[in-house]
Design a protein around this ligand. Structure first.
Ligand code: TYD
Ligand code: MG
Length: 459
């Protein structure tokens, strides 16, 4: 007989407790305990359920020497960039969690996989959309639809049954928050359901060697809805980022048991689905032919990829008593710090000026090596003197106004060279031995302080 009881779960970390608590003892979050009804099965039925999912043949211990390494068999998912982010394709029996805000393109990206790789038999399970809606989307995306099986279902046990019948090469679950298991009484999307469903899918993946892609929603604060436990269960966590009003999307690997987490891919949302952008720098470069004041180009690195992006600043006399400071795509506190350095160390009176900063393309930057470009853009707007758009800036600013070396500077310079940049400003203390031996590169200008930058560009 099944016995009903209620359990309190922390929505942040999935901690389980028999009673309510104000603060989760595991992760320390306040007011996150939520009551959920669970059915605790007594002995026999619980074991038989587990047995039916587990194949005892696969759970025998084996000597390490006898394990073949083809478990790391990788399947290409039909996109060079996507495969690279996964570390060279999807490993069989692995689970990938694809997270992102609503409307960012998770369903689009995952439906594009079977349409592009028509050799893979894919089972696309949707708990969000009807089969008809998926068909309409598929038609818009184009490609071969024959091997893409669609199942509009939310009951986990039925999904697993169907997957066992069809034996797909790839299983896609859209999304984990909409499916539920009948073994648990709480509603779909609750901590206990998400945990149970993910664990069952994990068992299915490991037992049959089928790669599984799970789509997960993201909460306002940027974490994957449902407990952190979901991130622990899966092998790879990919996060889709970007501004839904803009067409650029960044797919970032934030956990990868089979590859590097430094990888990212850039996509553009078009009328016919997501297109991979092989050369992202070209996308973020200025569109205007003439040089305008307040614009500087930063050579930033995100993950392991160099990008050249446009930083825009506007400095104007404050209309009201308190000057406004606003930054889009950049940390306002860091901007304030840079403004304080400019005021104290270089003597610019910016405290009575409004300062607005914008990073083009809806990109968010947190690479400290972009400081120099931000300072250059602010000063350019302040003096109303345009900078050449063929000049890139690399360097971190210190509190005393010194310009510090950046990481992977050679990579950044190489990217600038590829895009035809003529000059690159870097720190005087930068060591770039690979550059002198290598191919032709832009003119390198070394500066040690912000004052040097002013002398070199605005005098
Ligand atoms: P979707 O994949 O449904 O997002 P998610 O599953 O992450 O919630 O993407 C929806 C958005 O993408 C929607 O606003 C419409 C847009 N879109 C296009 O611009 N072109 C396309 O070809 C498709 C399929 C969607
Ligand atoms: Mg969707």
């Amino acid at each position: 007989m099944a016995k009903k009881k209620t359990v309190w779960y922390c929505t942040e970390c999935g901690y389980e407790s028999p009673k309510w608590m104000g603060q989760c003892p595991s992760c320390g979050a306040w007011n996150t305990m939520q009551e959920e009804t669970v059915v605790k099965e007594t002995g026999a039925s619980a074991t038989s359920r587990n047995r039916s999912l587990f194949n005892p043949e696969n759970t025998r211990p084996v000597p390490l020497s006898e394990i073949s390494t083809d478990i790391e068999n990788r399947t290409s998912l039909g996109g060079k960039e996507l495969d690279r982010v996964l570390g060279g394709g999807m490993v069989s029996g692995s689970i990938v969690l694809l997270g992102g805000e609503p409307g960012i393109g998770k369903s689009t990206l995952s439906l594009q996989i079977p349409l592009k790789c028509n050799k893979l038999t894919t089972l696309y399970v949707s708990g969000e959309e009807s089969a008809k809606q998926i068909k309409l989307r598929g038609e818009r995306l184009g490609g071969e639809q024959k091997n893409c099986m669609v199942l509009a279902e939310t009951l986990l046990e039925n999904i697993i049954d169907q997957a066992r019948n069809i034996k797909p090469d790839l299983l896609i679950i859209d999304s984990i928050q909409t499916i539920y298991s009948q073994n648990i009484d709480s509603s779909a999307g609750s901590v206990s359901q998400v945990k149970e469903c993910a664990a069952t899918l994990l068992r299915y993946a490991k037992e049959t060697g089928t790669p599984v892609i799970i789509i997960g929603h993201i909460t306002k604060d940027g974490s994957i809805a449902g407990p952190k436990i979901l991130e622990h269960i899966v092998d790879v966590v990919l996060q889709f980022e970007g501004d839904t009003r803009q067409s650029f999307r960044i797919l970032r690997s934030i956990k990868n048991r089979f590859g590097s987490t430094d990888e990212l891919a850039v996509y553009q949302m078009t009328g016919t689905g997501l297109e991979e952008i092989v050369n992202p720098s070209e996308l973020f470069m200025p569109m205007h032919g003439t040089d305008l004041s307040g614009i500087a180009i930063a050579a930033m690195i995100d993950g392991s990829r160099p990008f050249l992006i446009e930083v825009q600043a506007l400095v104007s006399t404050a209309a009201y008593g308190t000057p406004q400071r606003s930054a889009t795509g950049f940390d306002v506190r860091r901007m304030n710090m840079l403004l304080a350095v400019l005021e104290k160390r270089v003597g610019f009176k910016l405290s009575q000026k409004d300062v607005f900063l914008n990073i083009s393309g809806g990109i968010k930057i947190d690479d400290p090596a972009c400081d120099l470009a931000i300072i250059a853009a602010i000063l350019s707007s302040n003096f109303d003197i345009p900078l050449s758009q063929r000049t890139a800036f690399i360097g971190e600013a210190g509190l005393s106004g010194e310009i510090r070396p950046a990481s992977q500077t050679e990579k950044r310079i190489a990217e600038a060279a590829k895009l035809g940049f003529e000059k690159v400003f870097i720190s005087k203390y930068e060591k770039i031995p690979g550059l002198t031996a290598g191919q032709p590169h832009p003119e390198i200008i070394r500066i040690s302080t912000i004052a040097d930058l002013v002398k070199a560009t605005f005098r």
